[in-house]
Design a protein around this ligand. Structure first.
Ligand code: FMN
Ligand code: SF4
Ligand code: FES
Length: 620
């Protein structure tokens, strides 16, 4: 007996059904990988996913309904009940909160008839007349133009409480797009075409600017020469861990007879980081060119770009760019007549920060709950996608590859500092006059130069209190801290010098020596108006919300820290709180499956450790 076809599936048009089949064809190794994309198709069509959707998708992919249900209940993006007609997602994470997103959220709720009685921390509320659903979401990777909200598919930047009615009632941008000329200190490679009025993401425009010349040059080189060049360039991954890219590529044995995969990490969710979205939106072919050079070097025939679903426009732009590049023979069968084949597909995430962790991303791409894998043995270069050798690289990292081939490893390396070659995009948010993205030679600026010369200084009348240099996971650095740095003299002898925060060089080695990290280069500036308990509580809420829950110390500890700082913020501060917070954090770090454990502990350890007075009962 055949099972009855679920009712809602009758309402899928033939065009949508064709899209479903086309989507499944993007995953020739395992159609389970199409689970999240099919959930997106269903939710976009019906607004939410009920049991008919679960059963229909399960049947389509030869899975059990529980395999689909476990995804819906994990990923925050998916709904099991209908939303309002319009969905507004307001960012509640640090840079937006500092710029007033809580006030915007409140104004929106009031304008939608929700009054002041709703729970501010409820992640979703729907207006009584069903006209809209307002959600508080985590960082939308636009921290430099905070506060921001995603209305439907459209990102609105620099919003104010006074914009509430307009956000609810119209589709127009509340602020127009602003173009900013690069600062004279910048050395733009990656961002050369980003934020330009005279540039568009089409292949015609890209080709007019020398596009795909590096791919042509690379395909005339031996693959191992490309890897050697990337190694010599001293390029370090721009996703957060800073691993040398050429060394990582060197783990792949081209001729081992196994399929190899290249997966681009476009999940960009680390609070304070906002560079990849601009590249995807404004210069998509730059990424494709870098990917194809990598694919040739690593013998990859199938590659995916994992893009967080909060970037719906980026996914569409990338898909269009892939189609254009395929038409021009840069992607697909017989690339540039070489006999080499490589397909590239876009894969959208579903709203979970943990999917930025590379092994979680691969689980997600395989259509499973994105629980990070244990390393060892699951280093992606050995056991990656579908258990085959896989290189996972950040969007910005792969874009650099094009420039390494164009200008050569030696020139590229010279743009940066020792062991940290090239340029990198510093994303500056928080309390400066000109927040934004700045592409600078690695290690070519100090904290003081960045704040005062490049970002226009602090806001009038304010003094610096602290910086978080590499995304919210990085340990905070106090304005009055002194750091011991090793310096080599002209005679090669090493001496130790003491350096102020303002003289601290912003690169991987210096920040590691200062006890923090460059991480994803999301530099958040905090001035003397900031209450560190409030700041840490915002960060703790983020991590408590985003823990995947696989390890007990992280699942329980991140929530516990958040509950303690929330209570303290409401005025109930106990003399034992500071020690308890640090005690919880100390018991998470180093005891978990993935580095999220450290990421959620470091803020508490450093904020409480360095601003103890703000975590003690007032007057004690
Ligand atoms: C909790 C967590 C979140 C992460 N989020 C991202 C991310 O959003 N984007 C990214 O490129 N890397 C992220 N990473 C780092 C990736 O695991 C991985 O190191 C990176 O994608 C490798 O690319 P790269 O070598 O080019 O930097 C994250 C790591 C952790 C532990
Ligand atoms: S450390 Fe946290 S995020 Fe990472 S696997 Fe464990 S529970 Fe999940
Ligand atoms: S976009 Fe809001 S904090 Fe990043």
């Amino acid at each position: 007996m055949t099972a009855p076809v679920p009712r809602q599936a009758d309402q899928l048009t033939s065009e949508l059904l064709a899209r479903v089949d086309e989507t499944i064809s993007h995953y020739p190794v395992s159609k389970r990988s199409a689970a999240v994309p099919l959930l997106h198709i269903w939710q976009n069509r019906f607004g939410y996913i009920d049991e008919n959707g679960v059963e229909w998708i399960a049947r389509k992919l030869d899975l059990e309904p529980i395999n689909i249900l476990e995804l819906i209940t994990f990923y925050p993006w998916f709904r099991q009940t209908p939303p309002g007609k319009k969905t507004i997602r307001v960012c509640r994470t640090l840079s937006c909160a500092m710029a007033g997103s809580y006030e915007v959220h409140k104004a929106l709720c009031r304008a939608a008839g929700l009054g002041d009685n709703h729970d501010e921390h409820a992640h979703e509320v729907t207006a009584p007349d069903g006209s809209c659903t307002i959600e508080f979401v985590e960082c939308l990777a636009s921290c430099g133009s905070a506060p921001v909200a995603l209305v439907g598919d459209h990102l609105h930047e620099r919003i104010h409480s006074a914009d509430a009615a307009r956000l609810l009632n119209s589709h127009d941008d509340v602020r127009g797009k602003t173009f900013r000329a690069p600062h004279p200190s910048e050395r733009r490679l990656i961002l050369r075409n980003v934020g330009r009025e005279d540039y568009d993401p089409s292949i015609a425009c890209y080709l007019r600017h020398g596009g795909y010349d590096s791919l042509k040059k690379a395909m005339a080189m031996k693959p191992e020469e490309i890897t050697a060049e990337v190694k010599a360039s001293n390029l370090r991954g721009r996703g957060g861990a800073g691993f040398p890219t050429g060394v990582k590529w060197g783990f792949i044995r081209r001729e081992d007879g196994k399929p190899h995969y290249l997966v681009v990490n476009g999940d960009e969710s680390e609070p304070g980081t906002f560079k990849d979205r601009y590249i995807l939106h404004e210069d998509p072919h730059q990424l494709l060119e870098g990917m194809m050079i990598a694919a040739w070097a690593l013998n990859v025939n199938l590659s995916y770009i994992y893009i967080r679903c909060e970037f719906p426009e980026a996914a569409r732009i990338m898909e269009k760019a892939i189609a254009e590049a395929r038409e021009h023979g840069f992607i697909g069968k017989n690339v540039l007549g070489s006999g080499f084949d490589c397909d590239i597909y876009v894969h959208q995430g579903a709203g979970a920060y943990i999917c930025g962790e590379e092994t979680s991303l691969l689980e997600s791409l395989e259509g499973k709950r994105p629980y990070p894998r244990i390393k060892p043995p699951f280093f992606p270069a050995v056991f990656g996608l579908y258990n085959c050798p896989t290189i996972v690289n950040n969007v910005e990292t792969l874009c650099h590859v094009k420039h390494i081939i164009a200008i050569g490893a030696a020139e590229f390396s010279k743009l940066g500092s020792a062991g940290d070659g090239g340029t990198r995009t510093l994303c500056v948010s928080g309390d400066v006059v000109n927040p934004g993205y700045y592409e600078l030679g690695c290690g070519q600026v100090t904290v003081g130069q960045l704040i005062n010369e490049i970002c226009g200084g602090l806001k009038p009348g304010r003094t610096l209190k602290a910086i978080i240099p590499g995304g919210s996971s990085a340990k905070v650095l106090r304005a009055d801290e002194k750091f011991k740095m090793k310096r080599k003299g002209e005679d090669g002898a090493e001496t130790t010098v003491e350096v102020d925060l303002m003289d601290l060089v912003l690169d991987a080695n210096s920040l590691a020596a200062a006890g923090s990290m460059i991480g994803s280069a999301g530099v958040m500036i905090l001035d003397d108006s900031r209450d560190m308990l409030w700041v840490l509580n915002n960060i703790n809420e983020f991590y408590a919300h985003e823990s995947c829950g696989q390890c007990t110390p992280c699942r329980e500890g991140s929530l516990w820290m958040s509950k303690v700082t929330t209570r303290m913020l409401h005025g109930d501060v106990k003399p034992t709180d500071a020690a308890q917070l640090v005690g919880i954090a100390d018991r998470i770090a180093g005891r978990t499956i993935c580095a999220f454990g450290e990421a959620c502990s470091w803020p508490t350890q450093s904020f409480v450790g360095k601003f103890r007075e703000e975590f003690s009962p007032r007057g004690s």
